[in-house]
Design a protein around this ligand. Structure first.
Ligand code: ZN
Length: 120
């Protein structure tokens, strides 16, 4: 049973804003790869249909590394990476949400699942 709810989120300076429909009763992912490990990102993945970028598209800088399958988008003004775009294992387009960037979400109340991205 999905308990997806609508959340608003975005970067620190407020240029990048989005709405997302996501089930935060499911564990979020703490990845230890060279990107997430440094940034302390907590991630959850949603289909593109659950994500609406409302503003800030022009402020986003696209950074790709490793296999270049994920577009790590960060705000060129404040530097916060509030979401990323990529393709899931099944080939569908997905959005990776940094749940730390969602309004009114207490990350201390979320279940966290560790993902060993460093060794892959
Ligand atoms: Zn910003």
């Amino acid at each position: 049973m999905s308990e997806a709810k609508k959340y608003a989120g975005g970067c620190q300076c407020g240029r990048v804003r989005y709405d997302v429909q996501v089930d935060l009763t499911q564990p979020v992912i703490a990845c230890n790869c060279s990107m997430c490990g440094r940034a302390g990102t907590l991630l959850t993945f949603v289909p593109t249909s659950a994500f609406t970028l409302k503003s800030g598209g022009e402020a986003l800088t696209d950074y790709k590394f490793n296999k270049h399958v994920i577009h790590h988008l960060f705000c060129s003004v404040c530097g916060i990476k509030s979401f990323a775009r990529g393709v899931g294992r099944d080939g569908s387009e997905q959005v990776a949400i940094n749940v730390r960037c969602l309004d009114e979400v207490d990350v201390d109340n979320l279940k966290v699942m560790k993902h060993d991205g460093r060794s892959r």
